[in-house]
Design a protein around this ligand. Sequence first.
Ligand code: NIG
Ligand code: FE
Length: 422
Amino acid sequence: MTRLQLDMVILNAAELLTLAGASHTPKLGKEMNELGIIEDGGVAIRGNQIVAVDTTKNIKRLVKPGSHPQIIDATNKTVLPGLIDPHAHLAFAGSREREFVQRLQGATYMEILEAGGGINVTVKATHKARRSTLVRLSQQILNRMLEYGTTTVEGKSGYGLDPKHEYKQLLAIRDLNLIHPIDVVPTFMGAHVVPPKYKYCSEEYVKLVMEKMIPTVAKKGLAEFCDVFAEQDVFTIDQARRILNQGKKYGLIPKVHADEMTTLGGAELAAEVGAISADHLLKVSNKGIQALAKAQIVAVLLPATAFVLMEKEYAPARKLIDAGVPIALATDFNPNCMTESMQLVMTLACLNMRMTPAEAISAATINAAHAINRTHIVGSLEPNKQADILVVDAPNHAYIPYHFGVNLVNTVIKSGKIAFSC
Ligand code: NIG
Ligand code: FE
């Protein structure tokens, strides 16, 4: 056997969850329960890459005599890929706890939005903030995400709603990638809501998004994806279709905020335009589920949003899984849904959508990587992937969503380096 010069080895994991073998196609149906577990497992790392994943005994055998890799002892702990959060809104200013209280008193999210609150409030605060302020504020959010085990996150704009401030948000996301260990995958969401001044001429705003913002975002390489909030009284299906197709023309891969508050046909649209994901889906129809299954669009479910909106019905995860739709989970971090914790999201997915712990973990790792086109780099513990790895204080994987409301992360390894440990 060839002995290797290694920089780091993780040894003695009670359970090592590899999530291997699903980088080409996402885990579907029963496969979501298969985590590729190695008992008493270990990982060998060189530079920023994984070189081997095996039993502790075999990993120890790989170490070249005389070399002294850093040793991470994972006795009684679970080791898994860094969590991937494939739906978050970033680079905004301000907070909206006032609306949290209003909603407790009975106001709905859409009522607050229609009265000029909600997203509009965050847009005003974001307009006033400098790019450097957005970076500083988001840095604090990313720090917390990292501590809670997220190593890759998607970040959407959508609080600028005009060319200057949308670019400012996306440039802030670019800055964050240079200064923070977390990888942030940028999404342009100029079509988040129709700004109040276009209330009676939304087509003019759609035109601005299509003819000015999308070409510029693409030309400057500011985003990989283009997302639209397709919702009653926000963007119609037809408007969303035109925006997403225009994005495609410019190389931006479509994503859709789909069927969140009303059954509008967002899932069907996602299938039609070949979106990489359809997100939310609380109100998805059976037809929509079939369309997602047929086109193999990843359904990104956001149970923390349903939780914060005090929804009685969450997205129909079981129906989606049974129909063969690939499922991912995400925080939907935004000023309405203020949690950085994918651990909490997994607990909510189990308790309120009846996903199993293994399904939730598949959805927060490899399937989440599929939702943002990153399976060649992250999402599983396999040779040649980036060494984004968590060691968590859990004797087995089911313990992770079971012990909730606290941070179980013991160590976060990002690109082969310890980025957080407690
Ligand atoms: O995904 N639903 C639309 N957009 C966000 C909320 C953004 C906000 O309220 O600031 C979401 O939940
Ligand atoms: Fe969202």
